[in-house]
Design a protein around this ligand. Structure first.
Ligand code: ME8
Length: 506
């Protein structure tokens, strides 16, 4: 049986203004999901939209429509953007899906009946854009520590989740499972800044607005949007639904990929909910850094906003995917700029990858009408390339297992570079001048094609449509990740995969 891999992104607040930063989590998750599929895993890749809460209710009011009409409009925007980015999700959950709402109500009732949720009174400070409660001491300069915006005081009858009951168990779990919270720095932050100082019980219902899932036994309350949202990771698999076969198969999640600002919810509130529900905890929560422009988080109000589809139109989807995956050291913040994007396109994609493919296919067509076999007229220098092809799969795998996506890509590009060097060293254009060296020439081209073929397979998770274009030109579609002695190539026409871009000319 295939090993399973369940990977999730956060569910997004539906928005008409998704920016390139929003694409970051999803592109990374997509490349990991694709990679695991390539390696033979049974992958479930889930994303979706987080559609309840005061923020959405306010936006709908501004637009003069009902919240449901509002989310129906903007959810298409998310789905359209993911399609443009070639995101290969298996499941898309909307928190307004009926089965999800029913399951959340059952979760809330179960936690209430077993005493993990109780009724009390809430007095505190609330940040509406982040849908987060804060204590006075957590504020930074009197404002929300996450987004810096104004918080307002709320006082209302509310239900609470007894986080405090589980604090010791949570610390034990985190400390005995070093891989649970990654990167390491976020783990220390969670333990030292949030859990050790003492966990306050979390307010998990609201009465000041109505756009949410009603508490089933007390309908003037709606379920706090984070409890609703976090449940998505299990309701989508059928938890508290009619058929939980997928839950049995895929849970616990192998990886929740989240932005650093929501690591707290995923490593404190979510595990405690799961402990209370008597479900196993996810194997890993990875809190990644932000994509910033000129040092600032991207947003429409800062004026550094552009619709990601404009970049895709201008540079191509794979260039955007490649940039995000290669340029930003995973875990840290990284800067997005068009200059850096163009330099990646020109330096890596056009000069190294595009050039190698085009040169090789053109020579194959020119010298052998595209038909190439292994004539086995080998020379010593060939072995270096063949070994490198054979080791690539393991090297990439070592990096991907640690989520070092940028390094995994570097491994592939190292082989591509060496293949370009191999052309310079074997000088096929000189071999072509001598009829007696024809078999040697064909062997050289064969080795290059094998290198390109294996690289194209391993590049699929990162730049899927370019990988497919290369496979089409090679006319080879299997995913054998080792050098083969006996392929037979009938090449297609050479077609440029990436063009160099002159930013000044734009
Ligand atoms: O947080 N760089 O949704 P969201 C990198 N609904 N990542 C960024 C980013 C940037 N500039 N801007 C946003 C929510 N993101 C909740 C999640 S899950 C149960 C509920 C990332 O739409 C952000 O870090 O505000 C998060 O991982 C994702 O986009 C969705 O953010």
């Amino acid at each position: 049986m295939k090993e399973k891999f369940y990977i999730t992104t956060p569910i997004y607040y539906p928005s008409a203004n998704f920016h390139i930063g929003h694409c970051y989590t999803t592109i990374i998750a997509d490349s990991l999901a694709r990679y695991k599929r390539l390696k033979g895993y049974d992958v479930c890749f889930q994303t979706g939209t987080d559609e309840h809460g005061q923020k959405i209710e306010n936006k709908a009011k501004e637009a003069g429509i009902s919240p449901k009409e509002y989310v129906d409009q903007v959810v298409e925007n998310a789905q359209d953007l993911w399609k443009a980015l070639h995101i290969s999700y298996d499941k898309f959950l909307r928190t307004t899906d009926h089965f999800h709402e029913k399951a959340v109500q059952k979760i809330f009732t179960k936690l209430y009946e077993q005493g993990d949720i109780y009724k009390g009174e809430y007095k505190g400070l609330y940040c509406t854009p982040c849908e987060s409660f804060w204590t006075e001491s957590q504020l930074v300069d009197g404002a929300c520590p996450d987004c810096g915006r104004e918080v307002h005081e709320v006082k209302e009858e509310a239900y609470f989740l007894k986080l405090s009951n589980y604090a010791d168990r949570l610390v034990d779990y985190i400390e005995s499972h070093p891989e649970f919270i990654q990167p390491e720095s976020r783990k220390n932050e969670m333990i030292n800044n949030f859990i050790k100082p003492g966990l306050e019980d979390l307010c998990v219902s609201r009465t000041s607005f109505t756009w949410g899932i009603p508490v089933p036994f007390d309908s003037k309350h709606v379920v706090y949007v984070w409890l609703d949202a976090l449940s998505n990771y299990i309701t989508s698999l059928g938890y508290m639904g009619e058929d939980d076969a997928e839950l049995k198969k895929y849970w616990p999640a192998d990886l929740h990929l989240v932005g650093k600002e929501i690591t707290r919810f995923h490593t404190i509130v979510w595990p405690i909910m799961l402990m209370a529900l008597d479900l196993p905890l996810p194997k890993q929560v990875f809190g990644h850094g932000w994509l910033v422009i000129n040092g600032a988080k991207i947003s429409k109000s800062l004026g550094n906003y552009r619709d990601p589809r404009e970049y895709i139109k201008q540079y191509g989807v794979d260039a955007i995917r490649y940039f995000v995956l290669k340029e930003v050291p995973f875990g840290n913040d990284g800067t997005f700029s068009e200059e850096a994007l163009v330099s990646r396109i020109n330096g890596d994609l056009a000069n190294i990858l595009g050039n190698l493919v085009q040169r090789t296919i053109s020579m194959g067509n020119k010298y052998f009408s595209g038909h190439i076999e292994n004539k086995r007229v080998a020379e010593e220098m060939d072995q270096f390339l063949i070994d490198k092809i054979n080791h690539l799969d393991n090297r990439v795998s070592n990096e991907m297992d640690q989520l070092h996506i940028s390094s995994a890509i570097s491994e592939i590009f190292s082989l591509l570079r060496d293949s370009n060097k191999y052309i310079d060293e074997t000088t096929p254009w000189i071999l072509a001048k001598d009829e007696n060296l024809k078999d040697r020439l064909e062997t050289v081209l064969y080795h290059l094609l094998e290198s390109i073929r294996v690289c194209a397979c391993l590049l699929e998770p990162f730049i899927p449509s370019s990988s497919l274009k290369i496979k089409e030109q090679l006319n080879q579609f299997d995913s054998n990740l080792k050098y083969s002695e006996s392929n037979s190539y009938q090449l297609g026409k050479p077609e440029a995969i990436f063009m160099r871009i002159d930013l000044k000319a734009k």
